[in-house]
Design a protein around this ligand. Sequence first.
Ligand code: C5P
Length: 232
Amino acid sequence: MGKDVIIACDFDSKEAVFGFLDKFTEEKPFVKIGMELYYAEGPAIVREIKARGHRIFLDLKLHDIPNTVRKSMAVLSRLDVDMCNLHAAGTAAMMQAALEGLTREDGTRPMLIAVTQLTSTDQERMQNELLINAPIDRVVMHYAENAARAGLDGVVCSPLEAEKVHSACGKDFVTVTPGIRFADGDVGDQVRVTTPARAKEIGSDYIVVGRPITAAPDPVAAYRRCVSEFID
Ligand code: C5P
């Protein structure tokens, strides 16, 4: 398992994403394709980006009955993505079905990562709307442990939680961490942010970086700065 920087390609069209990726003439960054781009352009965009030599984290956050998730994951696996995800709230049965669906005939499969509680859900909403009464930190860790027990490879979490996740679920259980900003950069709408260098110290395995790279005046330089802070 390698430490890497994943660029969140939050674009709404093929033209916009290729305009961005064309700037990378020397390296082939690992990219995250989310719902916006996938729903705009369909599976063809995944095949095209893959054909250009990028590794892909397909961030579609599946959450449905186990049978539907199993069959949908089989389709995503055939797209040859490297990482995909689901909501741990779908239960262990759904997570195990997802793993079955993802596993190809030769036994290989993309990495499967769980979303625990979305960072947009706070304690109050979780209690009032979802009727979950445990403290949110406990819920996040419990979902991570469920995902580990179901055989998943890791979770999406804050870099600030990476250490705790590793101690509860094992050091090989992968932490994929958004909320990354340069020390001298704009925070935007993220609340708790961490620099790439700090994420490395705390033990994140993959950092997901969007606007600090995509909105930078020189995205390639910003990507290289992330790599040098986080990996080198
Ligand atoms: O532009 P920025 O670096 O904030 O992008 C972060 C990416 O990570 C976005 O694609 C966002 O949807 C995603 N993400 C996040 N926080 C989470 C889960 C996913 O920022 N808890």
